[in-house]
Design a protein around this ligand. Structure first.
Ligand code: SAM
Length: 232
């Protein structure tokens, strides 16, 4: 273990994880990288602006999101070739996990440049580790398609995938996802994590049918991660 803060390395892209709800969850290293980098590439510059303001950090930002990834990835490569240091952040959590990041990392690596992770919050890891389900082998699915036929098909395609499956889900479709899981995999154990790290954090655990029942008649507000373990 090293506690010596090392200076940022020129020509490096830093993937900086940010809080998923609780501002106390930012790491000392994340704050230092945001303070010391040359520029910040942010999924939403207004949202990141609020985070920077809270921590009294002033830094030039530019946007990097799904619809400008191609152009911005090239620009980031150029900044790095000019020996700059760039921090990439998303609205919450770890860049590249159901969030922008994958493309720029690929292009930076292909250009022979350096990428470093500044680890921190990730809803996938928090939900999995508190689920009570097996953590030795996992399959991260992220968001299922919006259309119900495609969602079901994707769920069915997991039948022979071993380990605990992890889904991200919106409040609009959580009940539908749980109902589909209960129908397709009646013997599965399920853990639904809601509002992780926030005031109303809770995890609902049980068989698929029990979890469906727990959600009946209540409003499904907030952000959700669903972990499913189908006995083999
Ligand atoms: N990159 C993020 C990460 O590292 O977890 C995920 C971003 S993705 C666009 C947002 C989804 O992550 C939400 O719809 C929800 O499924 C999950 N999520 C994010 N924060 C959460 C929280 N505090 N509690 C539960 N789920 C959360």
């Amino acid at each position: 273990m090293s506690s010596e803060p090392s200076p940022l390395r020129p020509g490096t892209l830093y993937l900086v994880a940010t809080p998923i709800g609780n501002l106390e969850d930012i790491t000392l290293r994340a704050l230092r990288v945001l303070e010391e980098c040359d520029r910040i590439a942010a999924e939403d510059t207004r949202r990141t602006g609020q985070l920077l303001k809270h921590f009294e950090i002033k830094k030039p930002q530019f946007s990097y999101f799904q619809h400008n990834e191609a152009k911005r990835s090239q620009e980031i490569v150029q900044y790095l070739q000019n020996e700059e240091t760039i921090a990439l952040v998303t609205d919450a959590g770890t860049p590249g996990i159901s969030d922008p990041g994958e493309r720029v990392v690929r292009e930076v690596v292909q250009a022979g440049l350096r990428v470093e992770s500044i680890p921190g919050p990730c809803a996938l890891i928090s939900a999995l580790t508190t689920s009570g389900l097996p953590t030795g082998e996992i399959h991260f699915v992220g968001f299922l398609p919006n259309k119900s036929g495609q969602r079901r098909k994707r769920l069915e395609s997991l039948r022979h995938v071993p380990g605990t499956w992890v889904f991200y889900e919106s409040p609009y479709r959580i009940q539908k996802l749980l109902a589909d899981v209960a129908e397709l995999y009646p013997g599965a154990m399920v853990a639904v994590s809601r509002e992780l790290t926030k005031k109303f954090e809770e995890t609902i655990r049980g068989s698929a049918a029990e979890v469906v029942e727990a959600f009946e008649g209540r409003s499904a507000k907030g952000e959700f991660v669903v972990c499913v373990w189908k006995h083999t």
